[in-house]
Design a protein around this ligand. Structure first.
Ligand SMILES: Cc1cc2nc3c(=O)[nH]c(=O)nc-3n(C[C@H](O)[C@H](O)[C@H](O)COP(=O)(O)OP(=O)(O)OC[C@H]3O[C@@H](n4cnc5c(N)ncnc54)[C@H](O)[C@@H]3O)c2cc1C
Length: 382
């Protein structure tokens, strides 16, 4: 597909101005890549999934995958901005026309950042339908109380999508009943009952704990139907998994390129280390694994763009790509010997970053559980 190659070249040109030292410095100082995000927004790539009628480029998931893959491949960390692509989808698919007019053009032109979504809670974790944060209707507003954890980029975002309980758990008719989504305006939120506590974490993902104490949200900020918010979140998950799969493919290619180059250049016992099959074969194996995972990412994206069911493919794409990038990172580090551990070579940072995707946004076990039950028809385990 020729146009994908054009997108890749343009994204590469942007990434050239944000080299590996830029990302390393941010990692060390826990800084946010404001200039990079600005550039990616102004070039139209971050809003590429927003339809043209709302000021975006109106492209599909396959194009968005090419964008994130190139950022990862350049040595960058798209985790700093990727959520905008899929969180925006909740507003696009479930927002009222008024909400879409209010938010989407401003997200597309960079006036507003929708970088954050708050689902995970400390006591319920993966068991999302048991979450405890409540949103109680009082006249023309909802009052939010509760706690969230690992909520990324909240301090670098103007808006956040929140999933909270609007019906007590004992009154729900089925597991996913009684949860609702809200668009939270983060401007001045800390003065209105939201406490934000950054988490000191292994990677620079700007993740925080959130504490809601009688935090008021206008009822007009309800996203989708009341009590049916789980569907709003679920609808965005396939896109999220495919996009993160694409990031992992970019990471894997980054590691393979680096490993291959080093294997060709580094001389030990008077010959390039790549001449030893013990060094070359793991790189070749990693390459094959990455190519296969890429096919699944492409397949899932194509199904998504064609509005066809893609739950199984999206889950497999994310899992296979995350496995490929983790393996490639390990091989790359091993190829570099001791130098792989030096921060100067950037490998250890990228390895920490790509490790996340074994856990988030959904852990490998939960993907295997989905495939076991929903695709292979084995008994439900929880
Ligand atoms: C850096 C980072 C950024 C994040 N950003 C966000 C964000 O922006 N917004 C947000 O809402 N969340 C975010 N998360 C949270 C992330 O989605 C969760 O960490 C993830 O879903 C796993 O939940 P948990 O950590 O509570 O693990 P738990 O649910 O406690 O699970 C712990 C382990 O047990 C396994 N396990 C649990 N139950 C089962 C089972 N039934 N069968 C088999 N294995 C099981 C899991 O696979 C996992 O390995 C982020 C997390 C991290 C680390």
């Amino acid at each position: 597909m020729e146009h994908l190659e054009e997108i890749r070249l343009s994204v590469r040109a942007i990434c050239d101005s944000f080299d590996e030292d830029y990302w390393r410095k941010l990692d060390e100082t826990r800084g946010y890549p404001t200039d990079f995000v600005k550039e990616l927004t102004q070039s139209g790539f971050l809003g590429c999934l927003i339809p043209e009628e709302y000021g975006g480029a109106g492209l599909g998931l396959i194009e968005a995958c090419a964008v994130l893959e190139e950022v990862s491949r350049s040595g960058g960390h798209p985790g700093a901005a990727h959520a905008q692509m899929y969180v925006m989808g909740s507003v696009l698919r479930h927002g009222s026309e008024e909400q879409k007019q209010k938010y989407l053009p401003a997200i597309a032109n960079g006036k507003l950042r929708l970088q954050s979504f708050a689902v995970t809670e400390p006591t319920t974790g993966t068991d999302t339908t048991s979450l405890k944060t409540t949103a109680k209707r009082q006249g023309d507003k909802y009052i939010i109380n509760g706690q969230k954890v690992w909520i990324s980029r909240v301090q670098h975002s103007d808006l956040m999508v929140l999933l909270a309980r609007t019906k007590p758990i004992e009154e729900r008719s089925f597991k996913t009943d009684g949860l609702s989504c809200f668009i939270i305006d983060l401007q001045g939120a800390e003065m209105r009952g939201l406490a934000i506590k950054p988490i000191d974490a292994m990677i620079n993902h700007h993740s925080c704990e959130l504490f809601f104490d009688d935090f008021e949200v206008p009822a007009e900020n309800l996203l989708g139907e009341e009590h049916k918010g789980f569907k709003v979140i679920m609808d965005g998950m396939n896109a999220e998994r495919v996009l993160i799969g694409a990031e992992c493919i970019g990471d894997a290619r980054y590691f393979i390129d680096k490993a291959k180059n080093y294997a060709n250049e580094r001389l030990v016992f008077d010959r390039p280390i790549g001449q030893n099959q013990g060094v070359a074969f793991p790189i070749a194996q990693s390459y094959a694994q990455t190519q296969a995972a890429h096919l699944m990412v492409e397949k899932a994206a194509q199904l998504f763009d064609a509005n066809k069911p893609c739950g199984a493919e999206a889950n497999m794409a994310k899992m296979l790509a995350a496995d490929a990038s983790w393996k490639a990172g390990d091989v790359c580090l091993q190829t570099h010997g001791g130098f792989g551990m030096s921060r100067e070579y950037h490998i250890e940072r990228k390895l920490r970053e790509t490790r996340l995707y074994q856990i988030a946004p959904i852990s490998t076990n939960l993907i295997l559980s989905y495939l076991s039950e929903h695709v292979l028809g084995m008994p439900r385990s929880f």
